[in-house]
Design a binder for this molecule. Structure first.
Ligand code: PMP
Length: 306
């Protein structure tokens, strides 16, 4: 089996032994937080490189803080284990890494404060080549499901249980024939995609929803904003976005760790711009692709080479 090892309860284990008890709090109540990290094969040096790993672990610890979870490991320790797992699993192609901090207690009741118990950390990897097929551009729909509110389940924290919202939106979008969906906030502003952030291009300006619009503060979102500014001289404006701005945008694209950069060519059966792959979207897709594969020395600090 490929990727045969996982990390659980303080040790590396064969995947089929990395199991949790049916009474685990996180299973009963969704009380866990996670990250999605990606590593790529670097051709030039024949090695793997993990993209922006420290930023992912920083966000994982922020999610823990919001959910009152205590990670048994600090950022450096989790980073070291990730490198070790990539080695043990002998990864040699694009790999998705899933770290989780979860409430490991076996007592019944949803309260997050339980004395004398430790929350646990686990980690596994899977091969991942294309999360979405983006070659022809995506056709996406605005979901009838609304994004969770910061005062209900905060989107800023990557909480496992919150992905019920993502699952409902993504599934109904899929059944309606869309490649993916855009979810709106309770106020009707554009939040983000099912599990990705969204950028629009209007009159040469890059626009993305502000962090107060119930979005996950995406690491790819910040990567793209930096590449756009540094390499294309384009500043990103973060502000609330109306639904109908989607219909009049010149270009639109999703960004995310699994999604990477995915141009959108139709929204709710309306062509975006001229309905073709947008030129700014494609330039950013190309820059992102170069950055993750180690072709841009200026951004080497984003890579952890294994
Ligand atoms: N929003 C949501 C809801 C997500 O699940 C993800 C994927 N982690 C993103 C946005 C994109 O975030 P990132 O670029 O950090 O992967």
């Amino acid at each position: 089996m490929s990727h045969p090892y996982a990390f659980l309860r303080g040790q590396f284990l064969p995947l089929d032994q990395a199991n949790i008890n049916v009474r685990t709090h996180a299973f009963l109540y969704g009380t866990a937080v996670f990250e999605g990290v990606k590593a790529y094969w670097i051709d030039q040096s024949s090695q793997m490189a993990i993209f922006r790993m420290q930023d992912h672990y920083k966000r994982l610890l922020q999610s823990c803080h919001i959910l009152r979870l205590q990670s048994p490991y600090n950022l450096e320790e989790m980073s070291d284990m990730t490198v070790e797992l990539i080695r043990r699993n002998q990864c040699k192609s694009a790999t998705y890494i899933r770290p989780i901090v979860y409430k490991a207690d076996l007592r019944i009741g949803p309260i997050l404060i339980v004395e004398n118990t430790q929350d646990d950390f686990c980690l596994f990897t899977v091969p991942m080549d294309g999360y979405l097929d983006t070659n022809d551009g995506l056709h996406v729909g605005v979901s009838s499901w609304r994004r969770l509110d910061d005062n209900a389940i905060p989107a800023r924290a990557k909480v496992n249980g919150a992905y019920v919202n993502t699952a409902l939106a993504k599934t109904d979008g899929h059944l309606a024939g869309f490649n993916d969906v855009i979810v709106l906030t309770q106020e009707g502003h554009v939040a983000e995609g099912s599990a990705m952030n969204l950028f629009l291009v209007r009159d040469g300006q890059l626009i993305t929803s502000s962090v107060t619009e119930n979005i996950l503060e995406g690491i790819t979102r910040s990567t793209i904003a930096e590449l756009a500014e540094q390499e294309l001289g384009l500043k990103t404006i973060s502000r609330p976005i109306d639904r109908t701005e989607l219909y009049v945008a010149d270009e639109a694209f999703f960004v995310g760790t699994a999604t990477e950069v995915a141009p959108i060519t139709r929204i709710d059966h309306r062509p975006v711009g001229d309905g073709k792959l947008g030129s700014i979207s494609m330039k950013l897709k190309d820059l992102f692709d170069k950055a993750i594969h180690g072709h841009l020395p200026k951004y080497e600090h984003w890579l952890t080479r294994v």
